[in-house]
Ligand binder design. Structure first.
Ligand SMILES: *Cc1c(COP(=O)(O)O)cnc(C)c1O
Length: 415
């Protein structure tokens, strides 16, 4: 997927510079696997797409998917839902967050996270980010007394020291909900991301690790919390058909007290997801191979910092980040523009205006924040790139060479 362009500097052929260009698409995921397509066709042929529409002896695809996802993450309970955002709002509601309650969350995350807090009438309190792109535990410790819940976003798959974070939150009596939109298949010290807090929330939207267009999961070991979540999702009195769920007696009182706020997953999406879930570990390894090629190509680039990752973190690199720390914004824009001309689409978290999927905490004006200068410095330097599995390892090496070349050129020009 490459081609060469020749920049003729007008000084004769010996001075021509060969410029590599990338031609791939940063938003093109792989097709749905054949067995997913076959399973989807079977659901469409029988027509029972609603998860509670089953015939005698039949177990719904959504129910089977929940059992399989619970087993994958080693969770007791799992609920499949309509989106990752819905998973988060449901977890917040199940934890009793009410109108006006403060909820701690990451300053470095994406709009659905503060949006989930706003959806339940909560007030986000942002916690800073470190150069390794994880939540700043010092800032968190200082802010813990202000809230009873932390919605922790493992943004772009970077996992903080979870032992330390849980110790801090447990001591302060703060309930942790994990946003695992970018950490499906990832773990810290061998424990799945999503298994540290009271709830783990996942997305199966097209750009995440398994793809049903839209969709999500909630996992938990907390029987009462999960019973509430199942009722909230719109189970009516059919919760007994769930399998990765707490026993019926847990619902005895909850079924009367919990409103139905529909957000179920249907059998069609579940059918598409089940084969993808079986492939998750293989796909994770393929993402990480691509990440390794990029990291190797970019290592040692002057003016660029790559986030440091520890042995304890088993990540799934569906995207790649680097920092141009303390660069002049004009030069960062120049890097973005030159990469774009050569086919490399980068996203800049430091941009003043929200663009595409990228926005920063101070552009969420419904949820204002105190100034965070240390975090602003880091956000201003974060460059982000998608890493779809349709890229080959050669593509990743090429992309790495282009970025390195551009960063070198702009950095030298600025020096
Ligand atoms: C995508 C995403 C979500 C929400 O997922 P949806 O399924 O799109 O609602 C939550 N958090 C982060 C960090 C995300 O990137």
């Amino acid at each position: 997927m490459s081609r060469w362009a020749i920049d003729d500097l007008g000084a004769g052929p010996q001075y021509r510079v060969m410029t590599e260009i990338f031609n791939g698409s940063f938003t093109q995921q792989e097709p749905i696997p054949q067995d997913g397509i076959a399973a989807a066709l079977a659901v469409m042929q029988h027509g029972r797409l609603h998860r509670y529409n089953t015939v005698a002896g039949e177990i719904a695809e959504a129910t089977l998917l929940e059992e399989e996802f619970a087993a994958t993450t080693d969770a007791k309970y799992c609920l499949a839902v309509a989106s990752g955002g819905y998973a988060m709002t449901t977890a917040l509601r199940a934890c009793g967050v009410k109108h006006g309650d403060a909820v701690l969350t990451n300053a470095f995350t994406l709009a659905p996270v503060p949006g989930a807090i706003a959806a339940v009438g909560g007030v986000p309190i942002y916690v800073g980010v470190t150069e390794d792109l994880v939540i700043d535990l010092h800032d968190l410790a200082a802010k813990l007394p202000q809230a009873r819940v932390l919605l922790l976003s493992h943004m772009r798959g970077h996992i903080c020291d979870m032992d330390r974070l849980m110790a801090l939150c447990d001591e302060a009596g703060v309930t942790v909900i994990e946003d695992c939109a970018h950490t499906m298949g990832a773990s810290w010290q061998g424990v799945s991301s999503g298994r540290w807090g009271k709830f783990g929330c996942y997305s199966t939207q097209t750009y995440k690790h398994i793809n049903s267009g839209e969709g999500g999961f909630l996992i938990s070991d907390d029987a009462e919390g999960m019973a509430r979540a199942i009722m909230l999702s719109g189970s009516y009195m059919l919760f007994g058909t769930h399998r990765a769920a707490p026993p019926p007696e847990t619902f005895a009182q909850i079924k009367y007290e919990t409103p139905n706020i529909s957000g179920r997953m249907d059998n069609l999406r579940a059918a598409i997801l089940r084969p993808q879930l079986r492939d998750l570990a293989t796909q994770a390894a393929r993402w990480n191979e691509r990440y390794a090629v990029l990291a190797k190509t970019l290592a040692g680039t002057t003016g660029m910092t790559l986030p440091h990752r520890t042995e304890a973190e088993r990540f799934v690199a569906s995207s790649f980040q680097f920092l141009l720390l303390d660069w002049n914004p004009k030069d960062v824009s120049e890097v973005m523009a030159r990469c774009k001309v050569r086919g490399v689409e980068l996203k800049w978290f430091g941009g003043a205006e929200p663009v595409g999927f990228t926005s920063r905490y101070d552009s969420w004006r419904y949820a204002p924040s105190a100034a965070m200068p240390a975090t602003d410095r880091i956000l201003a330097g974060i460059i982000d790139m998608r890493l779809p599995l349709t890229f080959s390892l050669d593509d990743c090496a090429l992309i790495g060479r282009i970025i390195k070349d551009v960063v070198n050129t702009v950095h030298q020009g600025a020096a």
